[in-house]
Design a binder for this molecule. Structure first.
Ligand code: SF4
Length: 878
């Protein structure tokens, strides 16, 4: 096959005579890529790239085209030529590659792409393909579009010529109808075709041949039997339409499916053209049918676009490549967006004329659409929105401009009526997200308080709540050489210990007085004395916390008196923790244990002084060991020393040896010296009463923080800077930039999603704050108990309930492992966090606090949610 520029020009872009084929000023891909863009959507044919790894390796899965006909468009077949192939020739290697691909993968055809290196050394692709075609008895088609011959647009044309020369006209369809069209230049990027084709079917048109989005090889072979060529992507494949007209007399129309105005115009144009081609089409009432389809969809559209009025009056800079500027300008105008300027660097002369037709002669067309120009349009001319290709995503993210990618890298279909709603949704989500980032959302009065309601049910279905006694036992894991002993029957301890072991994947210290019937009847003091004495003798703990659970509290045992006696008698220090399992949940028990630990703090002596570098950090139960380590690092970065109470970093997996006691964590000696701390930082509002205890006893000032997300971490750093008089370390400024970047990258996936949190209150408050900063405040937060923080959770509705209280209208559930079943029943993804978390590894390392924790949360949730508007589509069997 030989292709010359003259031939391509003859078939195509004569209008742009100055720049020949299509204008390019650099910054775009090569002819090889352009050819692959056109041909690779044929997903039941294999695509073998003949060249070194760079071509296939760099291009593989570069475009988000969808297909239901196969998956070869997502595969990476290449001859991967090496040095010896270049010296001695790579044709044998190519032939072997094709044989192997056919033997292993059974494609119905093979396209073979020349690239720069193999084009340069003069590989004879035509002969290899001809021989292999005869040998393998299937079409093996050469594609001569090495990158050096020109830009992507030229590659598009070359691919069109390949189809005309080797594929179209080589088979006949089983049946034809007067309504058959060949859809040319629609590649099904992000599923555009998936939303447009049902619309075409509604109108009575049949897509006989997709060229090439969602195509089977076979259907392209009989494209010459279509009654009409419908060119979608303007002029990229104009040579195919021209060839069909020249060889088979098929007329063509040029359409766009972006925006209601263009959709209506296009559907009418197709109906009119089909009616002109055959009398049957004329009597079938196509035009009436089209009018009723348009009327119905436009009627629906009005209501569906109502939530997006924030777009009215936004001023967009539009710079699109693959999707033509004029069609996107029309779509934006339909949404009430004003077009401030249109970048025309990649537009043909005809495209520019069409932009003027859509926007009027005053339309501002800018050829030099450099980042500096775009910056000026935002800084000086009031642009508020950038609608462009993926390459400008990073400019927008760094500058903080609302942005939507409308080119081939996008994830969401924007064509058709469905796509227009998607576009409105994404644009407004981006506008709202950046508005939120500009506002100081921590200001009081900025938001409505959440509606809180308690689930009115007799029992609990799939309990979200965890036992207060377990909460108390968890707190004791953060005290060196301590052991919590639950004064109850032994089952609570056994089961609680197993749950905690599964969560932390680390040894858990948890003893029991193992009450039996006789203890319950006769009195349980003896059992407690026996247990604690034996523990003291055998394990030499520094601290024993006797936790009175439900049984001993109901019995009315005088645990305090017992503890006082034991404290005097044993070498270990003994404290009582009242955590009756019928009052509150895990947070309440944890708080009770922390308050008990604080009672160990000794009154300052006359000579003792407050140490200005010492900060007590009361670390809430929602913090993982990884979170605690991060908090310590931050405090120390200001030259301060953190006394973390309790210090659950002990459970980060780093400790060695096995002991019945907790190992690592804050020491009893440190707890005794708490009066010398200059400040108390409370991370998690549930621990505020413990900070008040310290304040009342030692006048230690305290600050309650959540330390999550942008504002929460900003507040933590500001407070530490105030306490220490020091500066924020550059690494945290960097972490902040990384978080902002992650939020901007992910905002379209998360914005507008209906998320439900089912977590302990502090954890729910923290994650809701992160999501709120993404302008995606959760729709629901289900919490097990009504805590003081409940009404401050940034969710639309806070429900005090259990997993059965999780509403059904959600897209994602954020909960511990017990939420897995609920997520499965609701058919939604599940982000596992909170307690317990045993279905996935890494609970100890999972972070939510500080910029780093928020970044990890944003990434994980965005990955689980996937593209903003996934499409479920079944291909027509016609
Ligand atoms: S320019 Fe040449 S070497 Fe680079 S990807 Fe394109 S074909 Fe391959």
């Amino acid at each position: 096959m030989s292709l010359s520029l003259d031939k391509l020009l003859e078939a195509g872009c004569q209008a742009d005579t100055e720049h020949k084929v299509c204008r390019t000023r650099g910054g775009e891909s090569c002819a090889f890529d352009g050819a692959a863009i056109v041909l690779m959507p044929i997903a039941d044919a294999a695509h073998v790239v003949h060249g070194p790894i760079v071509c296939a390796g760099n291009a593989w899965e570069g475009r988000g085209v969808h297909s239901t006909t196969g998956d070869f468009h997502r595969r990476g077949f290449t001859s991967d030529v090496g040095e010896l192939d270049i010296v001695y020739g790579g044709e044998k290697r190519l032939a072997a590659t094709i044989r192997e691909v056919v033997a292993c993968e059974h494609p119905c055809a093979v396209f073979v792409y020349a690239t720069c290196v193999t084009g340069l050394i003069g590989e004879d692709l035509d002969t290899v393909c001809r021989d292999l075609s005869a040998e393998l008895q299937l079409p093996v088609v050469p594609v001569h579009a090495p990158g050096f011959v020109g830009p992507k647009n030229l590659g598009n044309r070359i691919a069109g010529e390949v189809l005309l020369e080797h594929v179209i006209g080589t088979a006949e369809p089983d049946v034809t109808t007067p309504f058959d069209i060949a859809l040319i230049g629609e590649y099904n990027v992000a599923g555009d075709l998936d939303v447009v084709e049902p619309l075409l079917r509604e109108c009575g048109f049949r897509v006989l041949s997709h060229v090439t989005g969602n195509a089977r090889f076979e259907e392209i072979r009989y494209a010459h039997r279509a009654k009409l060529s419908v060119m979608v992507c303007s002029r990229a494949l104009i040579n195919v339409a021209a060839g069909l007209r020249k060889q088979w007399g098929i007329p063509s129309v040029e359409v766009s499916f972006f925006g209601a105005t263009e959709i209506a115009r296009s559907l009418r144009a197709i109906a009119l053209a089909l009616e002109a081609t055959s009398p049957e089409a004329a009597v079938a009432g196509l035009r009436e049918r089209v009018e009723s389809v348009i009327a119905r969809h436009e009627g629906d559209l009005k209501a569906r676009l109502t939530p997006y009025t924030v777009l009215h009056g936004q001023r967009a800079v539009l710079y699109s490549g693959g999707v033509k500027s004029w069609s996107m300008a029309s779509a934006l105008t339909d949404l009430g967006v004003e077009i401030l300027a249109v970048g025309t660097k990649k537009s043909s002369v005809q495209d520019e004329e069409k932009v003027r037709l859509v926007l009027g002669n005053d339309a501002r067309l800018i050829e030099d659409i450099s980042p500096a120009t775009i910056r000026r349009l935002f800084a000086e001319e009031g642009a508020t929105l950038l609608v462009a290709g993926g390459r400008n995503r990073y400019l927008a993210a760094k500058e903080g401009w609302p942005f939507v990618d409308v080119n081939q890298e996008r994830e969401t279909a924007y064509a058709g009526y469905e796509g227009l709603v998607n576009l409105a949704c994404d644009l407004s989500a981006s506008v709202r997200f950046y508005e939120r980032q500009r506002l100081d959302i921590s200001l009081p009065g900025m938001r409505e308080p959440a509606v809180v309601r308690a689930e009115e049910r007799a029992g609990t279905i799939d309990a979200l709540k965890n036992a207060p006694s377990l909460g108390a036992a968890l707190a004791l894991q953060g005290v060196d050489r301590a052991i919590p002993v639950l004064h109850a029957a032994q089952g609570c301890t056994f089961l609680g210990k197993v749950l905690a072991l599964r969560h932390f994947n680390d040894p858990i210290s948890f003893g029991t007085t193992a009450l039996f019937t006789e203890d319950v009847v006769m009195g349980s003091d003896e059992a407690a004395l026996r247990t604690l004495r034996s523990l003291d003798a055998a394990s030499h703990p520094e601290l024993v916390a006797l936790i009175s659970g439900g049984l001993s509290e109901v019995k009315g045992e005088d645990v305090d008196a017992l503890v006082r006696d034991l404290d005097r008698e044993l070498s270990a220090c003994v404290v009582a923790v009242h955590a009756p399992d019928y009052v509150g949940g895990l947070e309440e028990g944890y708080l009770a244990a922390v308050r008990a630990l604080i009672t160990l703090a000794e009154e300052p002596t006359s000579g003792s002084k407050v140490a200005p570098w010492l900060v007590t950090v009361l670390a809430g139960p929602h913090l993982s060991p990884g979170d605690v380590n991060e908090l310590r690092d931050i405090v120390e970065s200001f030259g301060l020393e953190a006394v973390i109470v309790p210090d659950l970093s002990a459970l980060d997996g780093s400790r060695e040896g096995l002991s019945a006691l907790a190992s690592g964590g804050v020491t009893v000696r440190r707890l005794r010296e708490l009066a010398t701390s200059a400040h108390t930082l409370v991370i998690g509002a549930s621990l505020e009463p413990a900070a008040r205890d310290l304040h009342e006893r030692f006048a230690t000032p305290y600050t309650v923080l959540d330390a999550v997300g942008l504002r929460g971490t900003d507040a933590l750093l500001a407070q530490l800077s105030l306490i220490s008089g020091g500066h924020i370390a550059p690494r945290y400024e960097r972490d902040r930039r990384v978080l902002v970047d992650a939020m901007r990258d992910a905002h379209l996936r998360i914005s507008g999603k209906r998320i439900a949190l089912a977590l302990e209150p502090d954890h729910a408050a923290g994650l809701a704050a992160i999501l709120d900063e993404m302008a995606a405040a959760p729709r629901y937060a289900v919490v097990p108990t009504k805590a003081p923080v409940t009404s401050r959770i940034q969710a639309r509705e806070v429900i005090v309930g259990d997993f059965a209280s999780v509403p059904h209208d959600i897209d994602l559930l954020v909960a511990g492992s017990h939420g897995r079943r609920t997520a499965r029943v609701l058919g939604v993804p599940h982000f596992e966090t909170g307690f317990p978390r045993f279905e996935v590894f890494g609970a100890s390392r999972q972070m939510t606090v500080t910029y780093r924790g928020a970044t990890a949360v944003v990434d994980a949730i965005a990955n689980l949610l996937g593209p903003a508007h996934p499409i479920h589509y079944e291909r027509s069997t016609s």
